[in-house]
Write a protein that binds this ligand. Structure first.
Ligand code: ADP
Ligand code: MG
Length: 377
């Protein structure tokens, strides 16, 4: 009886998952900033509301032409960090249940990716997804202890720049490029998980310990920034929390992973204009962002061959992108009229990721609605 109940619950859970799909796409529009100097210009971004798409629609006006999109959720410029977190807290929580989770921030430089992920250091109300997620996880850990659960947590932080991995927690500030001794190669272990050789992994017991490490990583990133020409907006930042839980009374075990990723700026730098290192950099970013969407697209279509190996980012995250893992893409957009072309590119990227789950009933409706109501992209 018990076994039956258990398998029924699992079945139900999987059905719900299938109905909802494992991929979510949110869109967040930041406020107009002083630098945008757009006070007197007509609005280019609006949020149409009909009964079906309440809180989910966004419209861009480019040269008099309307482009409408629909996502799982659209956050308006007034949306607070708290409001954004409320929508992702369940996803974060599922890492404690043993799920592998990826949350990406996508968008052009200046669109609010780092604000969404990290927030403003020192400003309590402004904390982003990463600090809020960690606080929730460590609070929950405390509560789950009463039910016999014992958790161990490990953190690593890295940056992928020009298809090269840099350890952000190494005490050797020069990292791999200068010392030449560390490899930082992506490897698969016996369980099909990936790891990076020589990467620093730190055991953590509180969210304060993680904050300390985040500061260290930020410092390490800014060192690179002056050395390597604004590197931080040209590289992917990958924060990984590995969670191992054992229930001492039931001997149940779970292994969850939470990846929080601040992607490189998605702006198209013209290839004709850039040469040398800049060109190589541009190509590396374009390649890894497009292979990310290729991978999500082919996973959703349940294709036999998923091109994980086409970039370091997707190869590293391979075990956390397929199967019953969960992915959320937050697409950040600037409402400045001068950014309209880039914003449109970002929403089109997101729409490709979003509407790709054609196999699931909910998506079918969503895609149909998109086709019927919107000039899609
Ligand atoms: P990115 O990481 O995409 O380059 P940032 O997160 O650094 O962009 O954001 C660019 C600027 O806009 C920063 O000054 C940031 O504080 C501000 N900003 C971004 N999003 C918001 C928001 N939702 N509310 C207020 N300010 C924001
Ligand atoms: Mg940033």
């Amino acid at each position: 009886k018990l076994v039956e109940g258990e398998s029924l619950r699992k079945k139900l859970h999987n059905t719900i998952l299938e109905l909802k799909g494992n991929i979510r796409v949110f869109c967040r529009v930041r406020p107009i900033l002083f630098d945008d100097a757009a006070e007197n210009e007509p609005k280019t971004v609006s949020f149409p509301t009909t009964t079906e798409n309440i809180g989910r629609g966004i419209e861009l006006l480019q040269n008099g032409q309307k482009h409408s999109f629909m996502f799982d959720k659209v956050f308006v410029p007034e949306s607070s960090q708290e409001e954004v977190f409320v929508e992702v807290s369940q996803l974060v929580q599922s890492a404690l249940d043993g799920y592998k989770v990826c949350i990406f921030a996508y968008g052009q430089t200046g669109s609010g990716k780092t604000h969404t992920m990290m927030g403003t250091p020192g400003n309590f109300d402004d904390k982003g997804l990463i600090p809020r997620s960690l606080e929730q996880i460590f609070e929950s850990r405390q509560m789950l202890q009463n039910q016999g659960w014992k958790y161990e947590m490990q953190v690593s932080m890295l940056e992928i720049y020009n298809e090269t991995i840099r350890d952000l927690l190494t005490t050797n500030r020069h990292g791999s490029t200068e010392s030449g001794t560390k490899q930082y190669a992506i490897k698969h272990d016996a369980n099909g998980n990936t790891y990076v050789s020589d990467l620093t992994i730190v055991d953590v017991r509180s969210s304060r310990e993680v904050s300390f490490l985040l500061n260290r990583a930020a410092q390490s990133r800014s060192v690179g920034k002056t050395q390597m020409n604004e590197q931080s907006s040209r590289s992917h930042f990958v924060f990984t929390l590995r969670i191992t839980g054992i229930n001492e009374s039931t001997e149940q075990q779970v292994q969850g992973i939470l990846n929080l990723i601040d992607l490189a700026g998605s702006e198209r730098l013209s290839k004709s204009g850039s040469t040398g290192d800049r060109l190589k950099e541009t190509q590396a970013i374009n390649k890894s962002l497009s292979s990310l969407s290729d991978v999500i697209f082919s996973l959703a279509k349940k294709e036999e061959h998923v091109p994980f190996r086409n970039s370091k980012l997707t190869y590293l995250l391979q075990p956390c992108l397929g199967g019953d893992s969960k992915t959320l893409m937050v697409v950040n957009v600037s409402p400045a009229p001068s950014s309209i072309n880039e914003s449109l590119c970002s929403l089109r990227f997101a729409a490709r990721v979003n509407a790709c789950e054609i196999g699931t009933p909910r998506r079918q409706t969503a895609v149909k609605q998109l086709d019927a109501r919107f000039s899609y992209g």
